[in-house]
Design a protein around this ligand. Structure first.
Ligand code: NDP
Length: 271
């Protein structure tokens, strides 16, 4: 019998997850179906109940339900606890197991696909919203020197509280990021703000990228002002498509116990 999965969001029409999981299933010979479900804004819990009754094995959760998914889970992985948000649910009889695969997806994309090890790098994470929460702990465990900059600095302090490595993380206001001497410029700057969606540029100064630096925007599908700025500053630029596919691969592994090869899937989506 075909095992059923879905992605739940609102809106969800734009989601590439069904296509990604279809490619994973074909590649690994797994017999699954995967669809998009738009839950009413006040109907996430009822939608989950319906899926469980209908025999679904799990689902991905996207905006704006990741926090509700966190509350509905009966068991949470460590990384979901740290992120305070869940993007992957697995239904196991009475159990609803919640996980967050965004951080693993980002780290895998940077280290394995882009081939830039995080260890020893000076990394600046921009933002302290849902996306930043999701990646903070996996990012802080890779041996990088981590700094965070956010428009509302109190949100950044709040975000790092549960992180074991919080004393090792520097927090900045954008106004503190003046052009830096070469020795303390950043090797990797990650845009986890929503500025790509609003076509705004986070207020970064010039002279912030170290030579050979990577500018990583979690947004995908179009060139953001941050990507344009980074290119003009001589940085290597990456979008969030690889992260999207890698977080899906991690979810697929949680559900099916098989790890798909992501490279052909990323290439197909780019084509
Ligand atoms: P949130 O709304 O939760 O967070 C927004 C963040 O952006 C906050 O930290 C906010 O700061 C900051 N911000 C907003 N406007 C500005 C501005 N003008 N200047 C500086 N900072 C600003 O959004 P999410 O975290 O959910 O999403 C962020 C991005 O990540 C989106 O583009 C989303 O598509 C992407 N994403 C990609 C994924 C992938 O797989 N590739 C997965 C998840 C997300 P403040 O705290 O001051 O409000």
């Amino acid at each position: 019998m075909t095992d059923k999965y879905a992605v739940i969001g609102n809106p969800v029409a734009h989601s590439k997850s069904p296509l990604i999981h279809k490619m994973f299933a074909e590649q690994t010979g797994q017999d699954i179906s995967y669809e998009k479900i738009e839950a009413p804004l006040d109907g996430f819990a009822a939608t989950i109940e319906r899926l469980r009754k209908d025999g679904y094995k799990g689902c991905n959760v996207t905006v704006p339900f990741k926090f509700e998914a966190f509350n509905i889970a009966t068991e949470l992985s460590k990384r979901a606890q740290a992120a305070k948000a869940v993007n992957t649910l697995k239904f196991d009889n009475e159990k609803i197991i919640g996980d967050n695969t965004d951080g693993a997806g980002l780290v895998h994309d940077i280290e394995c696909n882009i081939e830039m090890p995080l260890k020893g790098k000076r990394v600046l994470l921009m933002g302290a919203g849902g996306a930043a929460y999701g990646v903070l702990v996996p990012l802080s465990q890779r041996g990088a020197g981590l700094a965070i900059v956010n428009r509302t600095i109190a949100n950044a302090w709040e975000m790092i509280k549960p992180c074991d490595a919080s004393q090792l993380i520097s927090i900045y206001d954008y106004s503190q990021l003046v052009p830096l001497p070469n020795s303390i410029r950043f090797n990797i700057i990650i845009n986890a703000t929503s500025t790509g969606l609003t076509d705004e540029m986070p207020p970064l100064p010039s002279g912030i990228f170290a030579p050979g630096a990577l500018a990583y925007d979690m947004m995908y599908g179009r060139e953001t002002p941050f990507m344009k700025f980074a290119r003009a500053q001589g940085a290597q630029v990456a979008d969030g498509l690889g992260m999207l596919v890698e977080q899906a691969a991690e979810a697929f592994y949680i559900w099916r116990g098989v790890r798909p090869d992501t490279a052909p899937v990323i290439a197909a989506l780019r084509a």
